[in-house]
Design a binder for this molecule. Structure first.
Ligand code: PHE
Length: 348
């Protein structure tokens, strides 16, 4: 009889312990302790052999019943705890999908690059291709071949940064002071084809930096060489560019001027984009804004490029890229362009 009492006591104890097991690891300990190979219920089952014969069937049946009931209780409890642990884990690791994301701030093209690309597309419509020439130039290309000999006073128009190492043939090197040397490069490469190119690029001048002038800036040069090209073609090209870039009802004014590499030389103005000719601070109360230097390619320069001036003629123009954009957007200080201040750059 004592064996039956012992079994029922163990049964009750096991159920109480099971209710107190709160984690899967506590459940495993419980299973080892009661139902495992050396568990207390398992040991009870082994005792059957030592019992009086008449008790054996009843005890054996009861042990099996208890074992099955405990196994069932254990399975149900395990399921319950697993579910609890899972939902706790889900709650702990929950992602709040209603939180706003962290913004990714995309970069964008620099104001100068935007202006250059707009200019490329305007000139592309007129059949000009982009031709790139080097920033570090030979003295001959920047000056001599453009009809500016060493002691010519016109050299003073371009204060120069010199590079210490000499170039090919011992020629002095410099940072190009304008994009015009690209005219010679384009002509020497393209002869005897007609030419219609624009030459964009950075130029460098040994100058005081002010709100209106930087020592590095972009220019865009244009060059057309062909048979029978005239001043009319040049003026028409400038007018078309001015209207596409500054607005359809711009007036263009042509003044005579001087450059050693063009003859005749001109300067082109447009009526002020701000006051339309009334007079304001942007146009310094003249009503006009200067937009380009230009002219018919000097015969000597054509010859230096390989073209016979008796057969060929051409026009060239050149202008700064930053200043028109300054006027368009009302930028008051040219130094902001390359000052790397995002507060400025993000506005464009
Ligand atoms: N290179 C000249 C300058 O820097 C501009 C120019 C280009 C003038 C082509 C005439 C023809 O001022």
């Amino acid at each position: 009889m004592r064996s039956f009492e012992e079994l029922e006591r163990l049964h009750g104890q096991a159920l109480a312990d099971l209710a107190g097991a709160l984690t899967t690891s506590a459940l495993e300990t419980w299973e080892d302790g009661y139902l495992g190979r050396k568990g207390q219920i398992t040991l009870q089952a082994r005792r059957v052999g030592q019992m009086p014969k008449e008790d054996r069937p009843a005890f054996g049946r009861r042990v099996n019943e208890v074992k099955q009931m405990l196994q069932g209780a254990y399975d149900a409890r395990l399921e319950e705890i697993r579910r609890g642990e899972l939902s706790r884990q889900l709650a702990d690791e929950a992602i709040d999908i209603t939180l706003p994301g962290r913004p990714v701030i995309p970069g964008h093209l620099h104001l100068t690059t935007q202006a250059l690309r707009e200019l490329y597309s305007i000139f592309a419509k007129m059949g000009f291709e982009v031709y790139e020439a080097p920033d570090v130039e030979l003295e001959a290309y920047n000056f001599d071949l453009l009809n500016i000999p060493e002691y010519h006073p016109a050299r003073d128009m371009w204060d120069t940064f010199w590079v210490q190492d000499a170039g090919e043939g011992g020629d002095r090197r410099l940072l190009r002071t304008h994009t015009s040397p690209g005219q010679i490069r384009a002509m020497r490469e393209r002869y005897p084809e007609p030419i219609r190119v624009i030459l964009p690029g950075k130029c460098y001048r040994y100058e005081q930096i002010t709100v209106r002038s930087e020592h590095q800036f972009y220019q865009l040069e244009g060059l057309a060489v062909g048979r029978g090209i005239t001043m009319t073609d040049l003026i028409g090209t400038i007018q078309q560019w001015a209207r596409l870039y500054y607005g359809p009802d711009r007036s263009v004014r042509i003044r005579s001027s001087y450059f050693p590499f063009t003859e005749p030389s001109i300067e082109a103005d447009i009526d002020c984009i701000l006051c339309h000719g009334e007079g304001c601070a942007v146009c310094k109360y003249s009503g006009w804004l200067e937009i380009a230097g230009a002219g018919m390619v000097q015969p000597v320069v054509l010859q230096n490029g390989g073209y016979d001036p008796d057969e060929w003629s051409g026009f060239a123009f050149g202008f700064g890229v930053e200043r028109p954009a300054m006027q368009k957007y009302g930028v008051k200080d040219i130094r902001w362009y390359y000052g790397n201040d995002l507060r400025f750059l993000r506005q464009f």
